[in-house]
Design a protein around this ligand. Structure first.
Ligand code: 2HA
Ligand code: ZN
Length: 301
């Protein structure tokens, strides 16, 4: 059964109405929800979320779950099977954007445009426990979000919690010029702007164009992000993983700025008939030493 068939089933079954009087701070007022909503709004203001473009997810901490569970639906949705088990995410709960929702609407109406899903105790299925009011379902990129969460939780020993997918235009434009190769992208970005190697010391992964929303792009992205916190999707956008909302947003912001600088410098240099000037490899090594960065040395000559 495809994702949308499964999602339709959830819709058909429906979820129970939100709870009435429950003591505690409402889900929308929790600090992690406010930060999630702010990231969505900031991305919209940057111009990275045309229409329903982009999506985000956050793996909740035990404290987050504790302070929200009183507001969860009495009757959650039915379980929707995952394409393959994600054992290390068993029982985890995620705040995610809704399929088809516009990032610009998230701050206006969080409970309709975001929601919480939980994985069962075997990591083989998910269901809705809060939000998605009005019959919504989680983002079409849920397979990518969950598979990348599984990988990043492992490799960062639980530190990474935020996954952010955006459509920043300079990054997308760059994929029309450079082939989808991690080393080519990383070198171009690192050498364009000093801050970039600090934002992504392991560099960025890069995948060729693929159909969005499916398990193929999810698996490829999860594999690509074993060693890197960012992945570029050719002619589409990028994914970033980090422990905090500030850091996830900051990765996309820094990479997008470096991509813009790279494109401008390349185009201007070509117009003027000169070679673009870039940070040399020794310069990048010096930044890594000075700031004690855990860089991927294979990116350098
Ligand atoms: O949410 O960005 O990749 C819409 C998308 C799909
Ligand atoms: Zn997208």
């Amino acid at each position: 059964m495809g994702f949308f068939d499964s999602a339709q089933e959830v819709l058909d079954k429906g979820v129970s109405a939100a709870k009435g009087a429950v003591s505690g701070v409402a889900v929308e007022q929790q600090a992690f929800v406010k930060q999630f909503v702010r990231m969505c709004e900031d991305g919209w203001r940057q111009g990275w979320h045309e229409r329903n473009g982009g999506n985000a997810s956050y793996r909740m901490s035990p404290e987050d779950v504790q302070s929200c569970k009183g507001f969860f639906y009495d009757t959650p949705s039915s379980w929707v099977p995952l394409a393959s088990p994600l054992i290390n995410l068993a029982g985890e709960k995620f705040l995610v954007t809704a399929a088809g929702s516009f990032m610009r609407n998230v701050p206006l109406d969080p409970v309709s445009n975001i929601g919480i899903v939980e994985l069962d105790d075997q990591g083989v299925a998910w269901r809705i426990v809060w939000g998605f009011k009005g019959g919504g379902v989680p983002t079409s990129e849920l397979p990518s979000h969950l598979m990348v969460h599984a990988v990043r939780k492992d490799v960062t020993i639980g530190a990474d919690r935020v996954l952010y997918h955006a459509h920043p235009d300079n990054v997308v434009a760059m994929t029309g010029v450079l082939s989808a190769d991690a080393r080519a992208f990383t070198r171009a970005l690192w050498k364009a702007m000093t801050e970039c190697i600090i934002a992504v010391p392991k560099g960025v992964a890069a995948l060729p164009w693929m159909v969005p929303g499916g398990t193929d792009i999810a698996r490829a992205t999860a594999d690509a992000m074993i060693g890197r916190s960012a992945c570029v999707w050719a002619q589409h956008g990028m994914f970033a993983s980090a422990p905090t909302f500030d850091e996830a947003f900051g990765i996309v912001h820094a990479v997008e700025k470096a991509a813009g600088v790279w494109l401008k410098a390349q185009a201007t240099a070509r117009t003027l008939g000169v070679e673009p000037i870039e940070i040399p490899d020794e310069g990048l090594r010096a930044i890594a030493t000075t700031y004690n960065l855990p860089i991927d040395d294979s990116m350098l000559d």
